[in-house]
Design a protein around this ligand. Structure first.
Ligand SMILES: Cc1ncc(COP(=O)(O)O)c(C=O)c1O
Length: 362
């Protein structure tokens, strides 16, 4: 039986969403408005933060949040190179200089040590990325005395030490791209924070730098969450914890079926409740394994094989000497295997068995 890498489904909520969209369509309010305000309140409550500002996508969310935190042209922002390109692109678009730090290839996330090694007197903010649904030690990074902006695009619903990803730094950003754990029907994103001033700045920046739609105090963006997305997300948010629990059950099944005897499984830190946006293992020759699995109809894919600091557009900001050994190792060895709330135990067993056969004959 084919097992896709991930299946985007509305998990039995299709009808509810259609009804809700019909309501919004009839209301005539399509951008911001009461649906967006209600979603902002509900997400803030779920995360345990004071404020949520809905924006157009997760990339704009980072640019807007950095500027709202006071990052200005010429400031340095420390971020990992092992992430989706958007984290760095958004940093450059905020006028800042990206300074790439390394990751621990076991967790795929930054550590206090890798961040510390990248700090200079010009550092104005730190952007840990909660990659693949794992949670970087963002609260610990606050001890370094600089604003911490979590890129939580891949970690909706994950926790560290009992607190949600998104509630660990001074601010955090989310993406509601359809494949995310909390995904809408198109593009969407959010900035969340406990800081009222940061929230107010983000609200202005998403609307052309204006608080009252008449006076423009900053050069901002047109980046607003639309009501149809917010309405769909309001239907899906109450299911997020159950969906993430189902992902964790699938992750446990991988272990029970013997995956750690074959491949390096995702790291498990006692205080982290992983959201398994992706189930990413490590192995010596991941692309050969992926090709063999593909021949059996099993989806597998390496992520970020060319880390951001090695992308042509980022060459001028690559670290001197180019040495980010943890990043290069993560980029070379990672492989995402099928994962999702609807992944069944028998699918997991089939994937593990296929890996065992491939590795025995490879
Ligand atoms: C880690 C990370 N940051 C930022 C983004 C950007 O989000 P969006 O696609 O909504 O702009 C994404 C996803 O696409 C992501 O995975």
């Amino acid at each position: 039986m084919p097992v896709p890498l991930f299946a985007t489904s509305l998990a039995g909520r299709h009808e509810d969403i259609v009804l809700k969209l019909a309501e919004v369509t009839a209301s005539g309010r399509y951008i911001l408005g009461p649906e967006v305000e209600a979603f902002e309140e509900e997400l803030a409550l779920y995360l345990g933060v004071g404020h949520c500002v809905g924006v157009g996508n997760g990339t704009d969310a980072i640019t807007i949040a950095l500027r709202a935190l006071g990052v200005a042209p010429g400031d340095e922002v420390v971020l990992p190179s092992f992430t989706f390109y958007a984290t760095a692109e958004a940093t450059v678009n905020a006028g800042a200089t990206p300074v790439f730090c390394d990751v621990d290839p076991a967790t795929f996330c930054v550590t206090e040590e890798t961040v510390r090694a990248a700090l200079t007197p010009r550092t104005r903010a730190i952007v840990p990325v909660h990659l693949f649904g794992n949670v970087a030690p963002a609260a610990q990074l606050r001890d370094l005395g600089l604003p911490v902006l979590e890129d939580a695009a891949q970690a909706a619903g994950a926790t560290r030490a009992g607190r949600r990803a998104g509630a660990l730094g001074q601010a955090a950003t989310f993406s509601f791209f359809p494949s995310k754990n909390l995904g809408g029907l198109g593009d969407g994103g959010a900035v969340v924070t406990d800081d009222e001033d940061v929230a107010a700045a983000a609200r202005r920046l998403r609307f052309h730098g204006s608080e009252d739609k008449r006076t423009h105090t900053e050069v901002g963006y047109n980046s607003r969450l639309d009501s149809l997305q917010a309405a769909a997300l309001r239907v899906l948010l109450p299911d997020l914890d159950a969906a993430n629990a189902a992902r964790r059950t699938a992750a446990s099944a991988y272990r029970e079926h013997g995956l750690p005897d074959l491949l390096e499984p995702p790291s498990l830190e006692a205080e982290v409740e992983h959201a398994y946006h992706l189930y990413v293992v490590r192995t010596g020759r991941p692309d050969e394994l992926a090709a063999t699995l593909a021949a059996r109809g099993i989806g597998a894919r390496g992520y970020y094989r060319t880390p951001v600091h090695r992308q042509p557009a980022m060459a001028r900001w690559a670290p001197a000497g180019g040495a980010l050994p943890g990043t290069d190792e993560a980029a070379r060895t990672n492989l995402a295997l099928p994962m999702g709330p609807e992944l069944r135990e028998r699918d997991v067993a089939e994937v593990v068995e296929a890996c065992a056969v491939a590795l025995a004959t490879g």
